[in-house]
Design a protein. Sequence first.
Lengths: 761, 149
Amino acid sequence: MDKDYKYVGRTFPIHDAEQKVNGSLQYLSDMSLPNMLYAKLLLSPIAHAHITNIDTSKAEALPGVVRVFTHLNTPAKTYSRYRIVPDQEFCLEDERLLTEKARFVGDRIAVVVAVSKEIATRAIDLIQVDYAELRVLNTPEKALEEQADKIHSAGNLLHEFEYKIGEIDFAENCVEVETLTNTQKVHHAAMEPHVCLADYDSSGKLTLWAACQGVFGVRTVVADLLELSYNKVRVIKVPMGGSFGGRQEIIFEPLTAFLAKEVKRPVKLTLTREETIISTMTRPATSSRVRTLVNQDGRLVDCRVDTVLDAGAYATSSIDNTYVMAKKICKLYRIPYYEHRGKTVYTNTPVAGGARGWGAPEIMTALEIHMDAVAKGLGIDLIEFRLLNLIHPYDLDKTSEISLGNARVRECLLKGAETFSWSEKFHRWNIAPNQGRFRRGVGLACAAHKNGMYGGFPEHSTMTLKMNEDGSFILNTGLHELGCGTITSITQIVAEVLDIDPKFITTLEADTENGPYDFGSYGSRVTYICGACAYEVSQRVREKVLECASQIFHTPIESLENGAGRVWVRGDEQHSLSYREIATTAKLKYNTDIVLTHTYHGTSNPGAYAVHFAEVEVDTATGRVQVKDYLAAHDIGKAINPGMVEGQIQGAVQMGIGYALYEEIKVKTDGSILSRSLKNYHVLNAPDMSEVRILLIEEGGDKGPYGAKSIGEIAFVPVAAAVVNAVNNALGTSLSNLPLTPEKIIAALNARRDVSGMRYE
Amino acid sequence: MQIEFTVNGKMYNLTVSPTLRLIDLLREELGLTGTKEGCGEGECGSCTVIINGKAVNSCLVLASQIRGQEILTIEALETDGLDKLQESFIKNSAVQCGFCTPGMLMSAKALLMKNPTPSEEEIKTAIAGNLCRCTGYNKIVQAIKEAAE
């Protein structure tokens, strides 16, 4: 790991930074096509109802309206927005383009296509819908009642599983601790609202410009639904303003594609912020009861978890989301016996789906709040207790039997604690807490996540690298830049292997027609899997370049050296050949094209680890919490682009503090949604945000390019637990019902006062 | 209605609908799509432009209110090469998805036009109305600080 790399491990700006700072980059919301029409949705204002009548005649009569669609004139065929590959398991087809029954406030009832946004919006108001209302099932508890109406015909319990692994140890003198943690629905809050653009041309080809995380998944869903063969559907990834899992699933592309096909003109659907909040996807709300047995030495003996996940009104990825929650705990702690029961439940609330970390933040929040409760119950130091139980490098993941790789979570904990001055702060705040109005406390949380989908799903990526005649390169990929710097880090890897300035490499994003296959940007797979693909295809192209050079030099390859875009015979650097000379000579003299396509297959899935430390100050008069100091320690293997890695972590902490303290899509008992805009959905702003110190543990050892492991998702996983634990330590509370709003904090303080009989002034 | 105004140093005399928002005038009539719409209610700051030296959410302003005013959008920030702020954002990895970046830069620019040496608190206050979901603001604050130095 000591090798001094030229490009890997150095900070580069995101590849399109210049276009972003001068405003010239065209995002999907900035794009328009000649002859384009505008679509506007009618979303259900009722959470649960049969539609008894829809009258669109007035809307259709409005000048400028081209077509109006409802469930009566769109296909009744159902689909799953979650499907990536045809025949994929657990993709429940319970959704149609426009619904025949309102299942949540925000369900798609009708759509207008018109010559302008204004006319489409006016036409929406002219559609008359009659509803026969049903009882609203706004929580899993209500939805699971025996007499509850069925939201979908198969019933409200979407799926349940029970998972048992290991040997039950009937050890004596164990201490049992049980906690219940609730996490809430949150909005991804990517700054660009959802947009779709589709065109259906005279040759019968459908083109979608998609701000998405997986073009091939979009093609699968759209082509199968519209009964087009895959060669007739082209999906092109275009610039997007953030994602965080909210653009993983195929939400509005099927409808927009259908509209374009029907009207045979380009159609653009632009959502407002309110529509994006209520009608796209949310992070799922979960409830996890964790029960552990710990022996007298402080070692975990037994861990049993019951999780209920609120899927909202459609299944989407929720079954998998619940299932993966059972696959995380054994990546973090050694547990002799582990049991997890999961239920996934339909409710009349906004649709849950993929969100940064995919189940890991939800279960790790529950687990790490629990671990603090256990340590406190046993009177063991919070760090000591974790060190006794954390996994060690190269332990097997009990749930998959796959190696956890060079897992350095223990270093994250120890070095992080030292850098954060944990002991000093802990003794200052937690042992002798300040009894005044403002109380400080520190908290920590460990977390585990993954690197790609190996072990649970097929895992491969394909790329084509070609050398141009002038010695520059084009890497064609199925990548999706979400704003994380993917294109830059992949380019750095290619540059490192080929030893050439990254400015001579163009890395292309996904296009189903002109690019190779990739599953998409999710599952913490991009750097680890796609990066490894970029590494291997570059190695192979480098070999080919050297083969050509060896022909030109009439020397065996073994005697060649290369660097800085040149090749020479060892000891004779003066007579080197440039990449340009090699590429051109290869064409002219040896009739050779230097181009290779390579498919990389994932064969490992090590853990990605982090330990976060938070210092908070709670105003006991108002219940407001301010994060005063924060340190994130990460086992990243190798940071390809440290500046962007830091940005990923700091952004994740912003999102995680919001998850812990403020953010919630609040649904009332009648199913109406209280948090419909950024006015009443609080996203942390600059003055709210703490500085985030970062400690990277770069020990490599796994199969990622240059030893790199994932960062974007794992960075979010421990944040909420670290903040909640800090608040509990500051106040002596045991809050575990997120978010810890001022009301909940004040209520907890009042309850404690009542119990202790002490009055607080 | 007929209005006269200046955008990025160029005079315009246009007939606009009284309900047209400034953001739509900029993006749709003038093709200046660097100004972004993230919420349409003045909460996210993605649409920030500078009107007579002040950072303003262009989604909250009607085109009819800009009569005689001087407007600067992100497209005007680059003059002889990139502005110091733009360079500093790039250098400090303060740009990720980039959707908030134009608004963030315009708020920062308005601050530096008035106060060339702001404190960290003043920087945070100046961009308090600009939401970013990618960066956690740390690098943005650092970039503005460096550009001011």
